[in-house]
Design a binder for this molecule. Structure first.
Ligand SMILES: Nc1ncnc2c1ncn2[C@@H]1O[C@H](COP(=O)(O)OP(=O)(O)O)[C@@H](O)[C@H]1O
Ligand SMILES: O=P(O)(O)OC[C@H]1O[C@H](OP(=O)(O)OP(=O)(O)O)[C@H](O)[C@@H]1O
Length: 181
């Protein structure tokens, strides 16, 4: 029997969290990508998300619609409660996560695992510029927050994404096996 789990993908802005998640979902069809609720303007690309206003987000949070939620970059992000059902059914779920919210994630989800992606600062700057989703001042703020420590005592796998994306995807696909019981 397979136990489901949530794998929180973390790392600095521009490291490749969304790209790696999408690539892994292509090579491992059983992987489910978590669709986050974000107070970001709709259709800015990078990931599929539910765009809501701040008022809508606060209402959803108050109604208990998020398993975990946090604020960052002047936005709010929520992981929907529905992810719990997917995990309960044995789903291998991947979510773009905040390093600040990892402790809450570990307290919320069974078999919680962290995929920590890394890249050199100059790589991050080049990638954020090329992505073009944020303004230059937003990019500067994101780069200033690149270094953050991770909580101790969690199941953390660290993988460099400095090299070719396909190489990272292949490494991650090998690491994120479901939990057998
Ligand atoms: N290994 C890689 N090599 C080259 N470009 C990459 C690689 N990984 C991601 N990118 C590019 O870098 C940019 C940032 O990636 P993204 O997945 O949006 O990062 P994050 O979600 O961590 O902010 C995107 O334009 C993406 O196409
Ligand atoms: O606490 P931190 O680990 O610094 O993370 C803060 C936020 O940054 C990322 O957001 P988002 O996907 O909007 O930005 P990014 O693609 O530039 O990383 C991540 O998903 C968190 O929501």
């Amino acid at each position: 029997m397979i136990k489901g789990r949530l794998i929180a993908v973390v790392g600095p802005s521009g490291v490749g969290k969304d790209s790696v998640m999408q690539g892994v979902a292509q090579v491992l069809p059983e992987v489910l990508l978590v669709r986050r609720v974000i107070t970001r303007a709709p259709d800015l690309g990078g990931e599929d998300y539910d765009a809501v206003t701040e008022t809508q987000f606060q209402k959803m949070a108050k109604n208990g619609e998020f398993a975990v939620h946090w604020g960052a970059h002047g936005l709010y992000y929520g992981i929907p409660q529905t992810v719990r059902h997917q995990i309960g059914k044995g789903g291998l779920c991947l979510a773009n996560f905040s390093r600040k919210a990892l402790r809450a994630g570990a307290d919320t989800f069974p078999n919680f695992m962290v995929l920590n992606l890394t890249a050199q600062p100059e790589t991050l700057a080049a990638r954020l510029g090329a992505r073009g989703r944020e303004t230059a001042s937003d990019i500067a703020r994101r780069l200033a927050e690149a270094e953050k420590s991770l909580p101790i005592g969690l199941n953390i796998q660290t993988v460099s994404n400095d090299g070719p994306l396909d190489q990272t995807i292949a490494r991650v696909a090998k690491l994120i096996q479901p939990v057998s019981i």
